[in-house]
Every structure is written in structure tokens, then in C-alpha cells.
Design a protein around this ligand. Structure first.
Ligand code: WT7
Length: 636
């Protein structure tokens, strides 16, 4: 019987019971037996939901990179830590061993120190999926700097907002990036962002696409020459268990993106533990998660979780359809991937293509399939299970959030029987519950409710950077004494959870969490727009797509609608990034509002989803007449 690696269902129940009955003993044993510490903790847990304060392994000292790299050198020095698979099939894959990773991270750490970066400083990382991204992240952790990775698909505006919110001193980027057939001028985006970021003192630039780009004297430096000169030894900074490790931004339903702060020890223990169990990782397996390190999935399950287990983790630079739709399967065959972790939006896109793309490749190395980011629909689940898993690789439908740091609800492959579209059972240490609209806990099964958690777990985010009040309000005020997720869920007769989707104004498009407010703000910046509201509607591949209702200013009423649509989407691309573009834009003379002036999004959602026959009572609206106009002009 091992608490660290669960191998059958009975063991899961046993471990789960222990984790709930004696959580401190449970996590203490895991922490003690599977990690290296510079100093032991004084207390396993202290904290509460009322003040939203959580301290795990209080008083312990450690460095997460010692756990992810140094301690493996003796036994796994020549083992591959990272397989880098480039965008182009013409370019060779790179196998970076633990020893090489150690040297790279140390050199990068010394370069950062050379730029004056110290423990606690914020470092913005805006890099494509190249080895430097993983190395930069680990280098920050090694010297105790707080990394803030910004997904390299975000616009210059979104980048600037994030840099300024956490006062980053330095930006790490590249001359550009490859994305399928395209190249993207990343450094140009950084230059634009930095026009409004007075706090940034330096920019280090990795070479990737070898373009001739402007370098700002005194601010910008090429990375490689600095690395070449740096020493390959850098003593890891000894960190407190609760020192910040990173900030990662996620969108909320209102206002500024939220800089979720994660700390050292609890995050490490939980991501490593869940990685081991959810993917049933065994020595010499090759694990591949297709996410970008710019999202939490990449932080926890490309970098920290796998490396803490001494695993081999694949980093893929490219896209699923380049050079063709067989690329994922080709990579699985080439590197003999054992665990494959991707998102429903990718699964749906791949399932649409000709089956010959799959059949061409040998996928027999696969043992576990993972899904994350949004609910996986029945059809996609079966295609994944049958065509990719050949009905013998269990699917781990993993439910979690940027805020939770690690996987919360998921089958444990080969232990938990899977059920299509169900994330199934909680991880050890995790206590979910369903709440009704009145704020009471629902005890019975076979019901829908809102998903919350009753107890804290080691990798729960500690705060929103610079705004603890917002942190408390967003997650801990809806249900007293509980963490509220913002998701709805169904619990079946045996207690399996099925996540039904967001119950707030966050819309998940292609697995990306998009808040309606920032998108509406971007639309409203267009000089022709008086007001706008966006909602999600079902989309075959993206899960949800965005539908915008826009009121034009009088002066713009005569303008060409198609041109306006393009301009509005351009505004969104500039302010946020192309992922937030609207699929449909309907111009309207008004928006349905309550007497207190609140937009009734429920009505807009129904209309956009072609369910206008189920609007319910609209008579309490301030302006019921506008509903008919909206229905008459809907774009389906
Ligand atoms: C939201 C969090 C954490 C990884 C990526 C997303 C949705 C996530 C699932 C799943 C149904 C899911 C939820 C959640 N979500 N995984 N397996 N089934 N929904 O992180 O950007 O913080 O988004 O993604 O709605 O609240 P994120």
C-alpha cells in the first residue's frame, strides 16, 4: 500500500478516506517521503476560508528546482528530461537530459542575477514553446524570482496590462515565433507593450526565427551571448514554503485579469502527487501534454509536476494541423508517447478530419489519455476513447482551474472506472460539494448544483496579486466557509461528478477562459460603438464561440456593417488577442435590461443559442420591445 502511487480502486478509497480523515498526516507523509527539504516544516497546515489565508508546510525551507532537477542527477543524469519537438518536421527534435537541464537552468539563473534580478522580483516571460521557456521558468524559481508567464498569443495591450499589474522588472522574449506556416513578430509586440511599461529595465531576447529586429540600446540584449559567458553552477536560493513561486493571470467575469499567486511547497507537493496518479507515470514513460506553458496546465503538467517526478516531458512548439492533421499522431509514434494530455477543442477538431490521418501511425505506446479545459462532450469522448485509445487507454477527464493549481477531480486510470463525460471522483485531499441557489449544500445524488470545495488543499492559490479583497470576494463570499468554483456540476447516483460549465459570465472558448467584461470594454473602445454585450453559443469545435450584440452611436448608423465587424474584431485582437474574436456580431438598437439597468444576458444567450422559444417571462424588463427586434435579426 502506497499513498503516493495509487494502483487500484480499493487503494484509492483507502487513501481518499485517510486524506479526508487525517489530512495533515496524509500530506505530511507524502511530503516527507517524496521530496527534498532544506528544513522541515513546523506545521503541516494553518489557515481558513474566512480570511482566505492558507499556509502549507509552514516553516519549511526548500527550492523547487532542487526537487525538479538536482536530486535526479545522481540516478537520472542521462535520462531525457525534456523532448523538444519543433514546429517544422524538417527540424530535428532535441533531447535535453537532466544533466543538461541542470546546466541550462543554472546558466540562465546566473544571467538573470547578472541583470540585477533578485529574490522576490517579478519576471515577465513572453516566449513561444521553445526550451528557453521551460528553462527561464525554472531559472526564476531557482533564484527565488517570481515568474509571470504570459501566453505568447496575447496582444501587446494584454501583455502591458499584465507587466504593469505585477511591476515586472524584466521581460524575457524571442525575436519571433513559428506557428504552423506563419511566423509571429514577438519582439515587435513586446516593443509596443513596453511603450506603456515604465518599470521594465531590461529585455532579454532569445533567437528563434533569426530575423533582423530592432534592439533598443541599453534595454535589449541578446540572450545567447550572456548564457555563453555564464557559469553552469548557481546555488539555489533557499525559499520559505510560502514564498511566492509564480503569478499567472486568468480572466474573471469583470474587470482586470486576476494575477493568481501560487507559492512553493504546497504547489510542488500537489502537482507532483497528482501528476504521478492521474497519468500513472512510471520510470521511462514518455509523457506529452499539448498545452502551452503560458497556461496553468503547462506550468503544472509540462514543467513542475513531471520534472518533480523525474519524468520525460515533451514540449511541442507547433500546431495540430501542420504540416497536416496527422501531426499529433506522428509525434506520438515518433517519441513513443505513453501519456497524452490534450483539450476537447483539439479532440473535436481532430475527430472531424479523415480517419486516415490517425490510421497512418502506430499509437500502441499509449497507456493513458487526458482531457482538460472544458467539458468533453459525449461524441468527442467516444472518438478519443475508440480511435486514439483503441478502447484500452483510459481517459482521465481532469477538472481543475488556474486557481486550484492542480487537478481536483479526475479518474485515476486503471483504478477508477471511466464514464463518458464524467470527471468522476475527487483526488485524495479534495472535498467537493454541490450547492443550491439558496446557498445550502445539496446532500443527495442525481442532482445539479454549483461546485464548491469544503476544505483547503496544498496548491490552492494564495491570493490575487495586489488585491486580496477581490480574492476573498470572488472565491469565498458566495458560500460561507467554502471555495466557490464558478462552475455547475451534476452528481450521479454513485457520486461521480460531471461538470456542466460556467455559471458566471466567463465563457470558455477553445478551452480558453474569457471574461465577458474585458471583451466588451475592447468593443466599446471603437468610436462607432455606444454599448455592447457578448454571450457564448455552442460551436462544433471551439465548444463555445462568442456572439456580440452591439449598439451603434447615431453618427455611425449608416456605416457598412461588414467593415464595422472587421474593425470591432481588430479592436479585440489589439486589446486582448485573436482568441477573443467574435464569430457573430449583431447590430441592435437596444439591449434587454432590468429596471435596475442590468443587461439580461440570459435572454441574449437564449437568442444566440437559437432557443428564443424558451425565453420565459420578459415582462419585467425595462424595454421588453427590444427582445422582438433582437429575435428578428438574430444571426444563426
Ligand atoms: C475552467 C478553468 C485547468 C486547466 C485549464 C483551464 C473549465 C477545466 C474542465 C473539465 C469541464 C473544465 C471549468 C473551469 N474546465 N477543466 N475537465 N471539464 N470543465 O484553466 O483557464 O483556469 O479555466 O475551465 O469551467 O472553471 P482555467
Amino acid at each position: 500500500m502506497s499513498n503516493y502511487h495509487i494502483k487500484h480502486l480499493e487503494e484509492y478509497f483507502h487513501v481518499y478516506r485517510k486524506s479526508v480523515n487525517e489530512p495533515e498526516n496524509f500530506w505530511e507523509e507524502i511530503a516527507e517521503e517524496n521530496f527534498v527539504w532544506r528544513k522541515r516544516w513546523d506545521k503541516v497546515f494553518e489557515g481558513d476560508f474566512e480570511n482566505a489565508k492558507f499556509e502549507w508546510f509552514k516553516g519549511a525551507k526548500l527550492n523547487i528546482t532542487e526537487n525538479c532537477i538536482d536530486r535526479h542527477l545522481r540516478t537520472r543524469g542521462d535520462k531525457t528530461a525534456i523532448i523538444f519537438e519543433p514546429n517544422s518536421t524538417e527540424e530535428k527534435a532535441q533531447h535535453i537530459t537532466y544533466q543538461q537541464l541542470y546546466e541550462k537552468v543554472n546558466k540562465f539563473s546566473n544571467v538573470l542575477k547578472g541583470q540585477g534580478i533578485q529574490k522576490g522580483d517579478r519576471v515577465c516571460i513572453y516566449l513561444p514553446m521553445i526550451p528557453e521557456l521551460a528553462v527561464a521558468t525554472l531559472a526564476c524559481a531557482r533564484i527565488g524570482a517570481i515568474h509571470s508567464v504570459v501566453f505568447a498569443g496575447f496582444s501587446s495591450n494584454a501583455l502591458a496590462t499584465r507587466i504593469n499589474d505585477s511591476d515586472c522588472k524584466i521581460v524575457l522574449t524571442s525575436d519571433g515565433s513559428y506557428r504552423g506556416k506563419k511566423t509571429i513578430d514577438l519582439k515587435g509586440i513586446v516593443d509596443e507593450a513596453l511603450e506603456t511599461c515604465p518599470g521594465v529595465e531590461s529585455v532579454l531576447v532569445a533567437k528563434r526565427i533569426n530575423t533582423d529586429i530592432p534592439m533598443k540600446e541599453g534595454r535589449d540584449k541578446w540572450l545567447q551571448p550572456l548564457l555563453d559567458k555564464a557559469s553552469a553552477e548557481c546555488e539555489p536560493e533557499v525559499m520559505d514554503a510560502e514564498d511566492p513561486l509564480f503569478i499567472l493571470y486568468t480572466s474573471g467575469s469583470t474587470g482586470m485579469p486576476k494575477g493568481m499567486l501560487h507559492t512553493q511547497a504546497g504547489y510542488m507537493v500537489f502537482t507532483a502527487y497528482t501528476f504521478k496518479n492521474v497519468f500513472q507515470y512510471r520510470e521511462n514513460d514518455v509523457y506529452w501534454c499539448t498545452a502551452d506553458i503560458g497556461w496553468i496546465t503547462g506550468h503544472s503538467y509540462i514543467v513542475y509536476g513531471p520534472l518533480a517526478n523525474g519524468a520525460t516531458t515533451v514540449m511541442f512548439e507547433g500546431v495540430p494541423n501542420y504540416p497536416d492533421w496527422g501531426r499529433f499522431w506522428e509525434i506520438i509514434e515518433k517519441h513513443k508517447v505513453n501519456q497524452f494530455y490534450t483539450a476537447p477543442t483539439a479532440i473535436r477538431a481532430l475527430a472531424k478530419e479523415d480517419s486516415s490521418f490517425v490510421e497512418k501511425y502506430d499509437l500502441s505506446s499509449l497507456k493513458v489519455l487526458g482531457s482538460v479545459g472544458e467539458p468533453i462532450n459525449e461524441e468527442a469522448w467516444h472518438w478519443y476513447n475508440d480511435s486514439i485509445g483503441k478502447k484500452k487507454s483510459p481517459i482521465a477527464d481532469t477538472w481543475w482551474q488556474t486557481e486550484t493549481g492542480g487537478i481536483m477531480i479526475s479518474p485515476i486510470p486503471y483504478s477508477t472506472p471511466t464514464k463518458p463525460t464524467y470527471a468522476s471522483l475527487p483526488m485524495p485531499g479534495i472535498v467537493p460539494c454541490l450547492m443550491d441557489k439558496e446557498g445550502n449544500e445539496i446532500i443527495e445524488n442525481q442532482v445539479n448544483g454549483r461546485l464548491a470545495f469544503k476544505t483547503a488543499w496544498p496548491s490552492i492559490a494564495r491570493t490575487i496579486w495586489g488585491n486580496h479583497k477581490r480574492y476573498k470576494e470572488t472565491y469565498f463570499s458566495t458560500y460561507k466557509g467554502k471555495y466557490f468554483t464558478g462552475d455547475g456540476a451534476l452528481r450521479d447516483e454513485v457520486g461521480y461528478y460531471r461538470i456542466t460549465g460556467r455559471v458566471d459570465d466567463v465563457i470558455i472558448v477553445s478551452g480558453h477562459n474569457l471574461g465577458s467584461a474585458p471583451i466588451e470594454d475592447a468593443i466599446n473602445e471603437h468610436q462607432a460603438v455606444a454599448e455592447s454585450a457578448i454571450v457564448g453559443f455552442p460551436h462544433d469545435i471551439k465548444g463555445n464561440a462568442l456572439y456580440g450584440y452591439v449598439i451603434l452611436k447615431d453618427a455611425a448608423l449608416e456605416r457598412d456593417h461588414d467593415i464595422l465587424r472587421k474593425e470591432i474584431n481588430q479592436k479585440i485582437t489589439d486589446r486582448i488577442g485573436p482568441i477573443a474574436k467574435l464569430d457573430k456580431i449583431q447590430f441592435t438598437s437596444g439591449l434587454p435590461k432590468t429596471r435596475s439597468g442590468k443587461i439580461m444576458r440570459r435572454i441574449l444567450r437564449k437568442v444566440a443559442c437559437n432557443e428564443a422559444d424558451q425565453l420565459g417571462d420578459t415582462s419585467t424588463l425595462l424595454n421588453p420591445e427590444v427582445v422582438q427586434e433582437i429575435i428578428d435579426n438574430v444571426l444563426l
